[in-house]
Design a protein around this ligand. Structure first.
Ligand code: FES
Ligand SMILES: [Fe+2]
Length: 460
């Protein structure tokens, strides 16, 4: 990842300080002088142990110092990576149960409601670009399918169906990249990334015309690899916009988060049009945490977030986009801090990608890309990836991402435990929710896959 000049300077200074400290401690004739000076007990000098306790103390101090320097370096400069496992967030583990048990019980017992189709048509993030080096292949689940994502020697990323049409081996598990093709680990058939066609069978005279794997339309933009899904196999109807500041290297990678959510995909973007929940769920200060049983506790009442939000669909030719305009204000002990007012434009592009654009007078500019990719009908992988102005200290975007993540995890607790209500009881002030449902329905078509009735759900 690229880095700005000032952060390079800081890195050099931090490394310099560590090396200097280590050198001084290693070369001091008697490190005790360094550490304790005249206060060093004369008695120890006269014993056969002369210097040994001090050397041990010096080693321990150097170790602690190195750990502290490493921690400080990571805090100040390294990207924030917060990867939650599926049962980490949003479940209440009561009565001595583990979080995994609590999560399993909720999943098994929850009523799902009358769900819309489960896989809308559109673009979805498969991986971040930096996760796939030239010649790498990764196994990825998208929309209930297994795919092999690989980067050819030509530098291009390709997405193909994972199962080999010969005898069904998974190309992403042990398969090799050869040029712009992927070679099956079982008998060595080779498939072209650009169209999925088999181009070589090492032991056969000719390659049958129909030997091919499914080739997924894909694109690589804004540091991400995305795939296009359409239930009828239609070609992409629109494209994911380029964030020019990222391509030009002005905004650089500062971290990412990953969450797994047990809900229908539409519940997540619907949050943007659910204006009333902001004042209730997201008003308590982020210091009060993510467990909704405690966020309203009196202890943390001094810090409040105030929100003003508007949600609107965009007109043609961008009817696949919508915008949420957010005005955020912070109050501490009832006093408003205008300097920290933050305006965010959250532009949703299709069913699975949102650009959260930040523009602040002294905190700088950047974007959080919020991507939702369904793995299963009711299991969503949500990633937040932040790119920020290179000249702004990394701590700023890392804090923004962390704060966003706290607010997001409050929603996760709701989503993981709720039922989808197809005919909700709404009041006038909730009208944007219905507008959002109408807008989002453009991503379903007649053949969009639906959740099949499962005998083991409790719905009846
Ligand atoms: S299963 Fe892939 S080459 Fe045989
Ligand atoms: Fe929310």
């Amino acid at each position: 990842m690229e880095s700005c000049g000032s952060s390079l300077l800081f890195k050099a200074l931090a490394i310099g300080a560590i090396v200097l400290t280590a050198a001084v401690l290693m070369h001091a004739r008697d490190p005790c002088d360094l550490l304790f000076g005249a206060a060093y007990p004369e008695l120890w000098r006269k014993t056969g142990l002369a210097g040994a306790p001090a050397r041990a103390a010096a080693c321990i101090s150097a170790g602690v110092l190195l750990l502290a320097a490493g921690w400080l370096y990571r805090l100040l400069f390294a990207p924030l990576e917060l990867l939650r496992s599926p049962d980490d967030v949003g479940y209440i583990a009561a009565d001595g149960r583990s979080r995994a048990q609590a999560a399993n019980e909720v999943r098994r017992r929850r009523k799902t409601g009358e769900l819309p189709p489960v896989y809308p048509n559109g673009w979805y993030r498969a991986l971040d670009s930096h996760m796939l080096e030239r010649g790498d292949v990764r196994s990825v689940t998208v929309l209930g399918e297994q795919v092999a994502v690989f980067r050819g020697q030509d530098g291009k990323a390709y997405v193909v169906g994972a199962y080999c049409p010969h005898l069904g081996a998974n190309l992403a598990v042990g398969g090799r990249v050869i040029g712009s093709c992927i070679e099956c680990p079982f008998h060595g058939w080779q498939f072209r990334g650009s169209d999925g066609k088999c181009v070589k069978i090492p032991y056969a005279e000719r390659v049958p015309e129909f030997a091919k794997v499914r080739c997924w339309p894909s694109c690589e933009i804004n540091g991400q690899i995305l795939v296009w899904f359409h239930c009828d196999g239609e070609e992409p109807a629109w494209s994911v916009p380029e964030q020019k500041e990222i391509s030009r290297g002005e905004w650089v990678y500062r971290g990412r988060t990953e969450h797994f959510i047990n809900a229908h995909i539409e519940e997540i973007p619907e949050n943007a049009a659910d204006i009333a929940h902001l004042a209730h769920l997201h008003t308590p200060g982020i210091v009060s945490g993510v467990d909704l049983r405690y966020t309203n506790s009196k202890t943390w009442e001094f810090l409040r977030h105030n929100w003003k939000v508007e949600w609107t669909p965009e007109p043609e030719p961008y009817k696949h986009c919508s915008q949420m305009l957010v005005k955020h204000a912070l109050t501490v002990f009832g006093k408003h801090w205008p300097l920290l007012d933050l305006n965010v434009v959250a532009r949703q592009v299709g069913p699975g990608v949102v650009f959260l654009l930040f523009d602040h007078s002294f905190l700088g500019r950047g974007v959080i890309m919020h991507c939702v990719t369904p793995l299963e009908p009711l299991l969503q992988c949500v990633s937040h990836t932040i790119f920020y102005q290179s000249g702004i200290p990394p701590l700023v975007p890392k804090f923004i991402l962390r704060a966003e993540c706290i607010q997001f995890e409050r929603d996760v607790m709701i989503w993981n435990n709720k039922k989808y209500i197809s005919k909700p009881v709404l009041v006038k002030e909730d009208s944007a929710i219905q507008k959002h449902r109408r807008w989002y329905s453009q991503f379903y078509s007649e053949n969009s896959p639906r959740l099949r009735y499962q005998l083991d759900t409790m719905d009846y």
